[in-house]
Design a protein around this ligand. Structure first.
Ligand code: AQP
Length: 345
């Protein structure tokens, strides 16, 4: 079923990032760097700033506006070309929430209850106080993807379960209505940095909403801050091993080696080939140099773009028009399939 359903759809990539804070190295290596690489492969690419997802947790309105433009600037500074990729913010294409509602009626409560991100974000707190939107988040994410009949979604490891749920929603919709309308989308989770971990705790994901700024590298951090955060990153006293297996019980060491490999576009084995037997006193300065060399041009370009908010808004508006041209017919056909009367106005 999955192969049949996907085979008849032309390849199209969709992915999104929430403007719920500043961009981190995790977002860059797990998502944006791959987005740019896919744009260059000649596949149609649609990239979204998912602002409707961001408000599942309360956002200060002025901060949300700034973060949305900053995220757009981050995409552009990292090499996203609005002439090649569609770049827009979700709230400007209303079909996302329309399809999200239809999928709320397809998805099951039990499916949502099993989402580990939901459990993580509400663990230790009263889940009853979480917003209904946060619970339904994966259903809106399925709508984001399937509205474009996307065949591939590049994401970090943390989003794999949500893409699997997207496949379940597409299959159930197709089955319930006797159609093969939505593709069974494939997640694309590749490379050494599919899960960049906190610099303070190698068992926790690097996250833009982590209260500790020292836990992450922000794309807006200056060179000194990046170098200082890497110097202070938690590690152990052992030298680096010769093989990747030697990192298995050393989460912090593994994280820094993975980051190095991803930034240098090389493999973990190649990094260990260069650094095996050396301690972190030698490795960290090299990693800091690499991180600064990779991220500084992006951060400089982001600052420049942030001086031109009207230009960012113009790019997002044009992207929204292009996105809407794909999404609206899919939404209209969805309404027909589920049996809504559509009066022409
Ligand atoms: N640490 C990470 N390692 C690899 N990939 C990551 N991504 C996020 N963090 C890492 C990938 O970035 C894309 C956008 O994620 P998002 O911002 O929409 O949501 P998120 O995964 O919940 O990211 P954060 O930083 O943890 O945000 P908050 O703190 O607001 O929840 C996705 O492809 C994700 O896999």
């Amino acid at each position: 079923m999955s192969e049949v359903a996907t085979a008849k759809f032309k390849p199209r990539v969709f992915s999104g990032i929430q403007p719920s804070g500043g961009l981190t190295l995790g977002n860059y290596l797990g998502a944006i760097k791959k987005f740019v690489a896919m744009q260059e492969q000649g596949i149609e690419t649609v990239y979204c700033i998912v602002d409707m997802h961001a408000i599942t947790v309360w956002q200060d309105p002025a901060a949300l506006q700034r973060q949305t433009r900053e995220l757009a600037a981050g995409y552009l500074a990292a090499g996203l070309d609005p002439a090649k990729s569609i770049l827009f913010n979700q709230s400007q294409v209303s079909a996302h929430v329309e399809l999200g509602w239809v999928f709320n009626c397809v998805a099951r409560m039990g499916w949502m209850n099993r989402m580990t991100q939901w459990k993580d974000k509400t663990s230790g707190k009263d889940a009853e106080k979480a917003s209904l939107g946060l619970f339904a988040y994966p259903s809106l994410m399925a709508a984001d993807i399937l509205l474009y009949h996307a065949t591939h979604v590049p994401v970090g490891e943390d989003q794999k379960q949500h893409v699997e749920l997207t496949r379940d929603i597409a299959a159930k919709f197709n089955h319930d209505y006797g159609v093969e309308f939505f593709p069974i989308t494939e997640p694309v989770i590749e490379g050494a940095a599919t899960r960049v971990m906190s610099l303070r705790d190698g068992t926790r994901k690097m996250s833009k909403s982590d209260p500790s700024d020292a836990s992450r590298i922000n794309l807006t951090d200056d060179a000194d801050t990046i170098a200082q955060k890497i110097r202070k990153a938690k590690t152990d006293a052992e030298p680096l091993p010769e093989t990747a297996e030697g990192l298995d019980a050393r989460p912090e060491a593994k994280n820094l080696v993975n980051i190095y490999a991803a930034l240098a576009d090389t493999s973990v084995a190649a990094v260990l080939g260069d650094f095996a037997g050396q301690g972190f006193g030698a490795f960290k300065p090299k990693l800091a140099d690499l991180a600064v060399a990779s991220l500084s041009p992006i951060s400089t370009e982001m600052s420049r773009l942030m001086q031109e908010p009207a230009e960012i808004d113009r790019i997002l508006g044009l992207g929204a028009d292009r996105a809407d041209a794909i999404a609206r017919p899919v939404m209209d056909r969805t309404y027909e399939i589920v049996g809504m009367v559509r009066s022409r106005r």
